[in-house]
Write a new protein. Structure first.
Length: 566
């Protein structure tokens, strides 16, 4: 059996950078499972996606061309091959290499996974009557070992299915990431690699072709998913969306819950939606029938998607309320509030230590608030500090002016210099990833942990700098204690739940991009008696009184009030 590779195809595309990019590809080809973002999908879910995509045995599958862009252990590839063989049997056709050579394409970068799956496909072909030589010829035509995002294909596809890899940008070597950015317009901000996987797959579809993927749904709501949402809304049809929150879709646990998306290269139309199906073969088979029919169905929702903003894909009472508030009120930052995130250092074990024992000049360290410091609902500082290498203008201080800071950093030089930010800034090797603004310490603020099941918002009077796991809100206009009463009433969760992706444990991401979507009145527009009421509620932490005050603030109807409470 021969193994198709993509080196020749790479060379056609970018000769000057071939060696660096190929070295990066080779590095990932030998990576461990976690490093290459491999997650394996349960067979019931694979069959469900193939059914939704229309790749079923009752159709003449020899007339179709199916691509699996990252086949791993064959979770999608093997069932597709089995369906292809079964479809031929229903038509009394004998499988031959000549008949099937263009029907399947599979790409896999990882060396060991490629070999394992290729052997299993070869066995399937031989068991179904192909000669060993013909089976080897088919494998040579079907399978490519290489990087899908760099692979060139001679034709488009009627079906593309799979589970693209979950790899953060910082896990990809710089040369390879630069080549990805050159090729794909949807790599924006901190987009994970599954985003260009979707883009490239969509562009490989035939007219009328169908893509069926299971992957994280972050791109539908996150800032980084904006270009991909625009691409889909403008040129494709999101036929089906299945929310897989709290379902066991994979053979292992994942941090971010996934969704199944079926996207066709056809004019835009309504999207049919199902939520949290039971992972059972019979149940999923029935659901696929309901989702692929145009007729109304009690468990199927329907909506449309558009360019320009997050996709909530929901028609709930909560979303109706959000739409009203968005139409009537400004965003949090439009009212004079600022939302930010604390400092990321890239080497917390070096930059963060007990404040009193940090052996640097006194003006080169700041008291630091961590997530654990606010677990009780008030700030209970555990005494940690952060090294600050920036002066008040935002420039790095000269180490010659701070001998204790210089000695401290040099003692930890190896750990600091191996960070990505140090390699990119060799002259400023000792900077933290984020710039530190010392004046933030003395400003009162609301502190909000990134990942939480509910809105956990703590007032901090102006003594600490926040760690990067904490978001903060400051304001010269809004009374922060009153604002805390508003946000903890359920208003924050209302917006975050609509726009945030769910994480493992049913937690939400209280990130700046979602917090900025919260709508509140301007403080100047709040009646004086209601201002006093909101402040009093903050002091007493009275839940019922807080609900009454916030209902007045937003002019909530009884049903809207119940929606927030629920």
């Amino acid at each position: 059996m021969r193994v198709s590779t993509q080196k020749g195809q790479l060379a056609q595309s970018f000769l000057p950078g071939l060696s660096r990019v190929q070295s990066a590809v080779d590095e990932l080809a030998e990576a461990k499972t976690d490093d290459r973002g491999a997650i394996f999908t349960r067979r019931e879910v694979v069959d469900f996606i193939l059914d939704l995509a229309g790749y079923s045995v009752d159709k003449p599958l020899q007339d179709f061309r199916l691509l699996e862009p990252s086949f791993g252990h064959g979770d999608f590839l093997i069932p597709a091959v089995e369906r292809l063989i079964a479809s031929l049997a229903r038509q009394n056709l004998r499988p031959t290499a000549a008949l099937l050579k263009d029907n399947i394409r599979g790409v896999e970068l990882h060396v060991a996974s490629f070999g394992k799956t290729a052997g299993e496909v070869r066995d399937i072909l031989i068991r179904n009557g192909l000669l060993e030589s013909d089976a080897n010829d088919l494998l040579d035509a079907w399978l490519v070992r290489g990087d899908f995002l760099l692979t060139l294909f001679g034709h488009s596809f009627t079906h593309i299915v799979g589970n693209p890899p979950y790899i953060r940008q910082e896990m990809v070597p710089d040369a390879l990431m630069a080549e990805y950015r050159r090729r794909f317009e949807t790599i924006y901000d901190r987009a994970d690699i599954y985003v260009p996987f979707i883009e490239y797959s969509l562009k490989l579809l035939d007219e009328g072709g169908v893509l069926g993927f299971i992957c994280a749904d972050r791109w539908m709501k996150n800032r980084y998913g904006g270009p991909l949402r625009d691409l889909v809304a403008g040129e494709y049809h999101l036929r089906t969306y299945v929310d897989m929150i709290n379902t066991d879709a994979f053979h292992s646990e994942v941090i971010a819950y996934p969704a199944i998306t079926v996207i066709a290269r056809e004019p835009s139309g309504p999207t049919r939606i199902a939520k949290q199906p039971e992972i059972d073969a019979r149940t999923l088979a029935q659901l696929s029938q309901a989702l692929t029919q145009d007729a109304p169905h009690g468990d199927i929702l329907q909506t449309t998607v558009s360019a320009g903003g997050p996709w909530t894909l929901d028609e709930s009472e909560a979303l109706t309320l959000i739409r009203r508030l968005e139409a009537e009120l400004p965003t949090l930052e439009e009212t004079g509030c600022k939302v930010g995130i604390g400092v990321a250092t890239g080497a917390d074990s070096v930059y963060i230590a007990p404040f009193d024992t940090l052996d640097v000049e006194s003006d080169r360290k700041l008291p630091l608030a961590m997530t654990k410091d606010i677990q009780s609902g008030v700030v209970e500082w555990r005494g940690l500090g952060v090294v600050n290498p920036f002066d008040e203008s935002g420039k790095l201080v000269s180490l010659s002016d701070y001998p204790k800071l210089r000695d401290y950093l040099e003692r930890h030089g190896d750990a600091i210099r191996k960070r990505h930010v140090s390699k990119k800034n060799p002259n400023g090797w000792y900077r933290t990833i984020d710039r530190i603004y010392p004046e933030l310490v003395t400003i009162p603020k609301l502190l909000i942990p990134d990942i939480k099941g509910d809105a956990h918002i703590v007032y901090e009077e102006g003594k600490f700098y926040p760690h990067h796991n904490l978001y903060y809100i400051v304001s010269d206009d809004w009374d922060l204690q009153a604002l805390r009463s508003v946000l903890t009433s359920g208003i924050a969760r209302l917006f975050i739940e609509a726009y945030s992706t769910r994480m493992h444990g049913n937690c939400l991401r209280f990130q700046a991009q979602y917090l900025r979507r919260i709508r509140v009145p301007r403080w100047a527009d709040v009646p004086k008696d209601l201002r006093r009421q909101l402040r009093a509620v903050a002091e007493k932490d009275d839940v019922a009184a807080r609900e009454d005050a916030v209902s007045r603030l937003y002019s909530l109807s009884p049903s809207e009030r119940a929606t927030i409470r629920k």
